[in-house]
Design a protein around this ligand. Structure first.
Ligand SMILES: Nc1ncnc2c1ncn2[C@@H]1O[C@H](COP(=O)(O)OP(=O)(O)O)[C@@H](O)[C@H]1O
Ligand SMILES: C[C@@](O)(CCOP(=O)(O)OP(=O)(O)O)CC(=O)O
Length: 488
C-alpha cells in the first residue's frame, strides 16, 4: 500500500528518553537503554511546480501560493527548467514567523549541494544541514541536479515544548493533534524530548524517500537513513554525541551501543571538494576503513504488560554540553574511581533492562502486578547516579530532583523514576502501573507540590506537571496526509 501520492511525502519520527546509561553511552564500552516516545515530529514534503520561481527571495504568502499549485512534475518545458532557480521553503506553522527559505546551490568539485538561506531571518542549523546533506546524497545517487522546488512543513506534537498561553486553546481553531504555540520557536521552552534528532531524522528521511525511494522502501532503507541522519545531526550540533537520540528516532526503543566517532570524522564540510563521495560512502557504509558499528538491540522493544511510562515537566532545563564536558573531564582525571562506578552502573542498568525484557516476554511472571524487582533496580541505579553527582560535582540528580523522585515513588502504583539522559533540571521519567488511578494520584501530588529542600547546586524546579507523552516504541514511519488538514 502506498500511503500517499508521490508528489507529497509525509513521515514522522519519535522523541526519546534515555532511561539509563547517561554519560556511559558516550563510550562504546557501555550501553544505554533508550525508549522512543509517542510524541513525534512530522515532516511533509511537497513538490512545487517545477521552475515556479526564479530570482530573489519571495514571501511566505508566495510560498503558500506555490504550495497550493503544488506538483505537476511535467509542468514546465525542460529548457525553462534549466534556468529556473530551485528553492526550498521550510515552514513550522505552529510557531510565529517560522519560515526558512533557501536557494539550492550545486558546489564544484563534488562539493555536494548546499542550501543558502535567503533574507536575514534567524537561521535553523538543524533544518539547513539536513537539507544540504539530504540533497547532496540524493543528487549523488540519482546523478541529477533536478530537484524542482520543494515546500517542507514541520509539525511537532505538543509535548516537545512547555505550554504557552496560546497553545492551551488553538487560536486559529484548527482541529487535530497539533496546536498553535503562538510564539516564535526560540521563545518556546523545550521539555527535552529530543526535538532536533526527531526533526533531522524525519526531514532527511522524507526528502530521501520523496526523491529516491518509495514509501514502502522505508524498512529496507532504514540503516542508510540512520547513517545520513547521524551525519547531519552531528554536523548541525557541532559535536559528536553518542547518537542515541537519532537511533531512537530511526529504529525506536532499543538497547543502544554507539558508533565509533571516527566514522563521521572525515566527512568534512558541505562545499569542500569530494564531499558528495565521502557522504555517499558514509550513508551506504562502503568505507572499508570505517564500517558502521552502531548496535541497536531489541529495537521496537515494549514495556511489560501492566506498566506505563510517564514524564513530568519541571519547567526548567539544563545545559547538556557543559555537563558532559565536566563529567568526562572528571572521568579522565579519576580513571580508577570512574571505572568502578561506570562498571557498577552498567551492571545494574543491564539487570534492569533484562528484567523489563523478561516481564515483557512473560506477562504471567508478574502476577501480583507489583514490579518489585524493577523498583529495587531503579533505586540502585539512582543511588549510583547520586554517587556520580557527588564525585563529579555535576547536578545529574540534584537534591531538588531527589526530593521530587522520592516523593513520587511513595505514591501507590509508582514503581520508580529517574532523571533521564544527562540528568539535571529537565523532565523526569517514571515507570508506573498502567492504571488511571495512578495518574490521578500523581496529579493530586502535583497540585500542591512545593520543593522544601535547598538544592545542592543552587537549582530550582518550577511547577511540576504530567506531560501527555507516553512510551511509543516505534521509529521513523510513513504517515497519512489527512491528519495535516488545515496546516499544510
Ligand atoms: N518544530 C520545529 N521546527 C523547526 N525547528 C525545530 C523545531 N523543533 C526543534 N527545532 C530545531 O531543533 C533545535 C532544538 O534542538 P536541541 O537544542 O538539540 O533540543 P532537543 O533537546 O529538543 O533536541 C531548535 O533550535 C530548532 O533548530
Ligand atoms: C549525557 C548523554 O549521554 C545523554 C544526554 O541525554 P539527554 O536526553 O539529556 O540529551 P539532550 O536531549 O541532548 O539534552 C550524552 C549523549 O549520549 O549524547
Amino acid at each position: 500500500m502506498s500511503p500517499q501520492p508521490s508528489s507529497v511525502t509525509a513521515l514522522s519520527a519519535p522523541g526519546k528518553v534515555l532511561l539509563t546509561g547517561g554519560y556511559l553511552v558516550l563510550d562504546r564500552a557501555y550501553t544505554g537503554t533508550v525508549f522512543a516516545l509517542d510524541a513525534r515530529i512530522h515532516v511533509v514534503v511537497q513538490q512545487l511546480r517545477r521552475g515556479h520561481r526564479r530570482g530573489p527571495s519571495g514571501t511566505n504568502a508566495e510560498a503558500q501560493a506555490a504550495v497550493s499549485e503544488a506538483d505537476t512534475e511535467a509542468a514546465k518545458p525542460e529548457g525553462e527548467e534549466q534556468e529556473a532557480e530551485h528553492t526550498v521553503v521550510v515552514r513550522s506553522p505552529q510557531f510565529v514567523n517560522a519560515v526558512w527559505e533557501y536557494g539550492v546551490q550545486r558546489c564544484e568539485n563534488g562539493g555536494g549541494v548546499k542550501v543558502i538561506q535567503k533574507g536575514n531571518g534567524p537561521r535553523n542549523p538543524f533544518v539547513e544541514t539536513s537539507l544540504s546533506y539530504a540533497l547532496t546524497y540524493i543528487s549523488y545517487v540519482a546523478d541529477s541536479k533536478d530537484f524542482g522546488s520543494l515546500s517542507v512543513t514541520i509539525l511537532a506534537d505538543n509535548d516537545y515544548y512547555s505550554e504557552t498561553k496560546t497553545s492551551k486553546g488553538d487560536a486559529q481553531g484548527r482541529a487535530g493533534r497539533f496546536v498553535n504555540f503562538g510564539v516564535p520557536l526560540f521563545e518556546a521552552h523545550k521539555t527535552g524530548l529530543g526535538s532536533s534528532a526527531a526533526l533531522v531524522t524525519a526531514l532527511v528521511s522524507s526528502l530521501v524517500i520523496h526523491r529516491t525511494m518509495q514509501a514502502d522502501d522505508l524498512g529496507a532503507g532504514r540503516d542508510k537513513l540512520h547513517n545520513l541522519a547521524q551525519a547531519a545531526h552531528c554536523a548541525a550540533q557541532g559535536k559528536v554525541g553518542s547518537g542515541f537520540d537519532v537511533a531512537a528516532a530511526v529504529y525506536g526503543s532499543c538497547l543502544y551501543k554507539r558508533f565509533s566517532p571516527a566514522i563521521l570524522e572525515s566527512v568534512g564540510d558541505v562545499g569542500t571538494a569530494g564531499f558528495d563521495e565521502r557522504l555517499f560512502a558514509i550513508v551506504e557504509d562502503v568505507d572499508p576503513k570505517h564500517p558502521w558499528d552502531t548496535e541497536c538491540v531489541d529495537f521496537g522493544m515494549q514495556l511489560p504488560r501492566g506498566m506505563q511510562m510517564v514524564l513530568c515537566d519541571v519547567e526548567c532545563g539544563s545545559q547538556t554540553p557543559s555537563m558532559v564536558k565536566k563529567v568526562l573531564q572528571w572521568r579522565n582525571e579519576n580513571r580508577k574511581e570512574a571505572d568502578v562506578l561506570w562498571a557498577s552502573l552498567q551492571n545494574n542498568n543491564e539487570r534492569l533492562r533484562q528484567e523489563l525484557k523478561r516481564l515483557a516476554q512473560h506477562p504471567d511472571a508478574n502476577a501480583d502486578n507489583e514490579f518489585s524487582e524493577i523498583a529495587t533496580l531503579i533505586q540502585r541505579t539512582r543511588h549510583l547516579i547520586r554517587t556520580m553527582t557527588r564525585q563529579t560535582g555535576v547536578p545529574i540528580e540534584p537534591s531538588v530532583q531527589t526530593e521530587l523522585l522520592d516523593s513520587l515513588t511513595e505514591i501507590d502504583g509508582v514503581i520508580g523514576g529517574v532523571v533521564p539522559g544527562a540528568g539535571g533540571y529537565d523532565a523526569i521519567v517514571l515507570l508506573i502501573r498502567d492504571d488511571p488511578s495512578v495518574i490521578t494520584r500523581l496529579n493530586e501530588r502535583f497540585a500542591n507540590y512545593q520543593s522544601a529542600v535547598e538544592d545542592d547546586f543552587g537549582g530550582k524546579i518550577g511547577k511540576v506537571r504530567l506531560l501527555g507523552v507516553r512510551h511509543g516504541s516505534e521509529g521513523v514511519k510513513n504517515e497519512m496526509l489527512d491528519q495535516y488538514a488545515g496546516w499544510v
